[in-house]
Design a protein around this ligand. Sequence first.
Ligand SMILES: C[S@@+](CC[C@H](N)C(=O)[O-])C[C@H]1O[C@@H](n2cnc3c(N)ncnc32)[C@H](O)[C@@H]1O
Length: 399
Amino acid sequence: MESSLDPDSGLRLPPREKMSELSPHFFEGTEKLLEVWFSRRDEKLDDADLRKIPRHELEVLMNLVKCEIISFTQNDSLDSYVLSESSMFISKRRFILKTCGTTVLLGCLKKLTQYAFNYGGFDEVEDIFYSRKNFMRPELQPDPHSNFSSEVQKLDEVFEDGAAYCLGQMNGDCWYLYTLNRPGNMADSDDDGYVSAGDSPWMLKQLPSPCTEIQRVNQADQTLEKSGISTLIPDVQIDDFLFDPCGYSMNGIMKKKSGISTLIPDVQIDDFLFDPCGYSMNGIMKKGSYMTIHVTPEPDFSYVSFESNIPMASYKEVLGKILDIFKPGKFIMTVFANQGSVAMSSQIKKLNSRGSVAMSSHKELDGAVRIGKFMRKDLQSCQFRKYHLTYAHYVKFPS
Ligand SMILES: C[S@@+](CC[C@H](N)C(=O)[O-])C[C@H]1O[C@@H](n2cnc3c(N)ncnc32)[C@H](O)[C@@H]1O
């Protein structure tokens, strides 16, 4: 098979061994992931809530993205939606949308901000994170998703101080991130800390409000706390798992599902089995914690993703279970944590008295040259103003 040209880097990529370029059926399991945190300039957040956006407007958003809501569950702090192409989680001021296939995730950006302002009662975007792994077939993606530069251009139209990064190998497996990287710290903002750059409310490109981290800590549930783990697994070992060329493999489905249900205890699970194959699952817990798993089992382009923000002293055990269930040939892992995690709940503090829960996972990853049968191929760390990010790529040994 011939090598291909990567649209982002212009580099020639090695031929993909398993994926048939001419396969009539192809599904891009790799997700685009958007997380947006909203805020208010006056910090009066009591009445502000993204869950006030009515269902029919969420459906307008899904139309723009080109996917549908399949099911809905909720608890006190989180609304969870399983979508035809992945998942959506909405809490008081955090909006998470994860979509795969040929969806146009960034198509909803302006409308989302408009709804968050009009219905949710917010008037500023505090932070955003847009990320994805490199696609298997970028040429099949609609505008602006066929290359990261176009996605960045689209995001830059809405946000000021956006910064784009690529972690991993540009001529192999890599992971793109766009986030806000505002200069200085929040307490240093001069004047009133705001810059207006447009007429429409969603075009306001604003600097964060001049409140300190300490003030935010005092606002318990309203604290921007981005931490968690994401595992992206291209090339899963299929066996009998959720896919059988002749149709369903009920044994495989039940076996994998029972493994998934033991991943994390006390999670309210909402899952969906696609016909003829494919599996999506959202799990929610108290205090805004969630986990989500998506599986594209077709052998030529198999892909699994696991993501969670459930606070844990170590993600090692969960990761071990995931690797055991999906038996991948390789995987990518990213871990986000607030620095020092000043906003930890007492429950989290109990788990790790030395600092942020996920920070210990960074240290764990730093030291983990080998995880079971997997050898580390790449490790990169980024220090953002408020977050620490670790990216690691592991391959089965011998690969
Ligand atoms: C479960 S969905 C979500 C995929 C996810 N992003 C992942 O990590 O792989 C994709 C899987 O469901 C299958 N599928 C079947 N019907 C589908 C539909 N109507 N929409 C999206 N996927 C469908 C696809 O072929 C694929 O195997």
